[in-house]
Design a protein around this ligand. Sequence first.
Ligand SMILES: C[S@@+](CC[C@H](N)C(=O)[O-])C[C@H]1O[C@@H](n2cnc3c(N)ncnc32)[C@H](O)[C@@H]1O
Length: 202
Amino acid sequence: VRRIILLVHRVPASGAFTLNDLAGGGGRMDEVARCVSTAFLASNELRRELEMTLLFAPTPPVGARRIRIQGERIRFLHPDERSTAALLKNALVRAIPMEQDVEASPGLVVGPIDPVAELTRWAAAPGAVWLTEAGVAPESLPLGEETVAILGDADDPTPAEQEILERAGVPKVSLGPRSLRASQCVDVWQNVLDRRAAAGSG
Ligand SMILES: C[S@@+](CC[C@H](N)C(=O)[O-])C[C@H]1O[C@@H](n2cnc3c(N)ncnc32)[C@H](O)[C@@H]1O
């Protein structure tokens, strides 16, 4: 299974933003939505082997939230970022009164989390890597079939998040000499994995 963990920093976790202002009041939900649609939608096929987890840091009036998206089950995902943002916003709004995970729409599970415990768990997962400009080339790492790529959204991981990743010793992987947008990283990373899979080594 391929997993991607996106650390979302400024999107209101209550879903209290308008689809007409995804970049401003939406806290860069435009980029988060772009990451999701580009992660799952290739030219003419859905990447069913992919699972993506969005970790929303605490934003009053509700606490941290996790949205898990399963490629095997996802429906209603379209290439445009506005409809993807609507899907994610609906999930966040659905989760407001919830104390447990709920499937807000097929393949999209949302619920409350302890963000420190959640990131600590992912950092310890087999195949975890931290996508960062300050890493090594992916070719120098022995990636297996199970990968967990962790990256920031429009912002880098916070100092507290970076400390969790550092403490766990998560290998740092660079996707190139330039600082890329998160959605571009998602594409480049999947290309790395696609090439490995095609060559029979991952
Ligand atoms: C838009 S970037 C964050 C801001 C960026 N570090 C800057 O200085 O402009 C979002 C995330 O993409 C990932 N990223 C960006 N460029 C990368 C690269 N060349 N290699 C690996 N990951 C990268 C990192 O996880 C980063 O936190």
